[in-house]
Write a protein that binds this ligand. Structure first.
Ligand SMILES: Cc1cc2nc3c(=O)[nH]c(=O)nc-3n(C[C@H](O)[C@H](O)[C@H](O)COP(=O)(O)OP(=O)(O)OC[C@H]3O[C@@H](n4cnc5c(N)ncnc54)[C@H](O)[C@@H]3O)c2cc1C
Length: 492
């Protein structure tokens, strides 16, 4: 523990954000990391409380008390090694993670939590600047090979861990460049893509091979799934050529809203819209330009994907933006004694939501309205009343009579979450799915991450369902351990 009285002396310090008026004019990152001096002071707030709920709350089980102490004592290089011992890519999580660790911080119970995320960012920024982040090629190579299908955070973490263990790893990705949703889903203003390129270079120097624009198993993916592939490799070929195949194909099937008028022009899934802007920024080609410029944008879905659409639409020059949700407005406050250290359902405002637009709740969309020329001009919606079922305790809703109203919009973005991985990909491998359509494989135990198909493992959103970058990284790392265990068995 760095400074015994630190938690009483120092207030939590937030990283500086570029003012809204300025940052709305570009697509670059706008958060400045803490200086080393500031990070040292913030690290002094950690009480090393003995039962580190931060470590417990983080899916990667980061050892925040350890690296906080090292930062306070200015041993930045060791702090980097401690941080990277549980997290392959802290520069990603320190930008996009909701920081489950901070929610679990014991100080969150009575005052303001440790700024674990900002300290993490200071450590990894400094480590890259100092040249401490180097390729870590294996000392010995093994004679077994692994194909990782999908280059999102789960695939990348799995590939890096296995390559460092000595396996010959090839990552196959249907899109043009590696990164999965880090590259084409998350907007550049939250995560600069040069950070991914830098890691890919590191991984290549560790021996990982990347084969992009290459779809495994299926040439054509269903509507709503981004596909840049130029070639297809058959599943049998992959199973023939590699000792193990890891599926890290994400949860790409978007939830649709099949109401009257769905086929009108101007209605898009979030992941038809967001990748276009990221590709624009990277000067990559794309088929259809979808822009919110001068449009009245309606985002259906109140979550993070919707919030990313909002920030993007604002930057593109939308006339106005409304984000609506089926669920009721969350409470502004909550009783910590009932919830901590778990994640509370509470009203949150993202940096994009700070920038403009409006939000509305408890609304169900009944119909998309046509302008008479095949383009959407708005939606017909109805207000909902939410209540708890007295018997089951479950939340239910009913439509409020005579509450029907229209929302004007000439660009509707569907951001209602993702259901499961692409079914044709699962079918091509013959992988059994669970009730939700995700690859059926355990998280723990002797068969961890193994599907019903011999030699085929599954990790990340395609196994657990749509989630978070930090969870995908944790899955990728654990899956690599399971693959290593499997391949270390002489018989496999
Ligand atoms: C718009 C958006 C914003 C988000 N923002 C955040 C955030 O701020 N913070 C956060 O923690 N989480 C965020 N998430 C969630 C997070 O991005 C995901 O949980 C995470 O990326 C899942 O990682 P993954 O590796 O399992 O899958 P993905 O990142 O989805 O990667 C899967 C990859 O597999 C490839 N693939 C699929 N099928 C094939 C095939 N047959 N052949 C070859 N390649 C294939 C896909 O092209 C894709 O690149 C966001 C999600 C979205 C949609």
């Amino acid at each position: 523990m760095g400074k015994v009285t630190g938690f009483m002396e120092f207030e939590r310090l937030e990283q500086a954000h570029e003012p809204v008026a300025q940052r709305k004019t570009h697509f670059r990152e706008f958060i400045t990391p803490l200086s080393q001096q500031e990070a040292k002071q913030q690290a002094a707030r950690c009480m090393d409380c003995g039962t580190p709920f931060c470590t417990f709350s983080c899916p990667l089980h980061n050892v925040a008390p350890e690296f906080n102490d090292l930062v306070y004592n200015e041993d930045w290089e060791k702090a980097y090694h401690v941080l990277s011992s549980t997290n392959n890519f802290p520069e990603f999580t320190s930008r996009v993670c909701p920081a489950l660790c901070e929610n679990g911080c014991i100080m969150n119970y009575t005052q303001r939590a440790m700024g674990v995320k900002s300290i993490e960012r200071a450590i990894i920024t400094n480590a890259w600047n100092q040249g401490w982040v180097k390729p870590e090629p294996p000392k010995e190579h093994k004679d077994k090979s692994v194909a990782v299908v999908g280059s999102g955070p789960a695939g990348l973490a799995c590939a890096q861990q296995l390559a460092r263990m000595g396996y010959a790893v090839t990552v196959f990705e249907k899109n043009k460049r590696p990164g999965g949703l880090l590259r084409y889903g998350i907007p550049d203003f939250k995560l600069d893509k040069s950070l991914i390129d830098r890691r890919i270079a590191q991984m290549e120097n560790e021996g990982v091979q990347f084969r992009c624009s290459t779809s495994i198993g299926v040439p054509d993916h269903p509507h709503g799934i981004w596909n840049d592939s130029e070639r297809t490799i058959d599943v049998s070929e992959l199973l023939r050529d590699f000792s193990v195949v890891v599926l890290a194909v994400g949860s790409e099937t978007p939830r649709d809203l099949q109401v009257k008028g769905r086929d009108l022009k101007g209605i898009h899934f979030a992941l038809e819209y967001l990748p276009v802007q990221n590709k624009h920024n990277a000067s990559e080609p794309f088929d259809e330009d979808i822009s919110a410029k001068d449009r009245k944008v309606l985002i259906i879905g109140g979550g993070d994907t919707g919030s990313d659409c909002l920030g993007t639409a604002i930057r593109q020059g939308a006339e106005k933006v409304l984000q609506i949700d089926l669920g009721p407005k969350p409470p502004e406050t909550y009783d910590k004694s009932m919830v901590w250290p778990n994640w509370p359902a509470v009203m949150r405002t993202s940096t994009s939501q700070e920038e403009g637009g409006e939000r509305d709740y408890a609304i169900s969309t009944k119909e998309f309205l046509s302008d008479g020329e095949g383009r959407v001009r708005g939606v017909k919606a109805v207000r909902l009343e939410w209540m708890k079922d007295p018997v089951t305790g479950r939340r239910t809703f009913k439509e409020i009579p005579d509450s029907e109203f229209e929302i004007e919009s000439d660009l509707v973005l569907l951001a209602m979450g993702f259901l499961h991985p692409s079914s044709p990909v699962m079918d091509a491998f013959g992988v059994q799915t669970d009730m939700r359509g995700n690859a059926q494989a355990a998280y723990e135990g002797k068969d961890a991450f193994r599907t019903n198909v011999p030699k085929v493992f599954a990790a990340g959103d395609c196994r657990r369902g749509q989630s978070l970058v930090v969870r995908a990284l944790a899955e990728g790392r654990r899956c690599a351990e399971a693959v290593d265990k499997f391949l270390s068995d002489e018989q496999n």
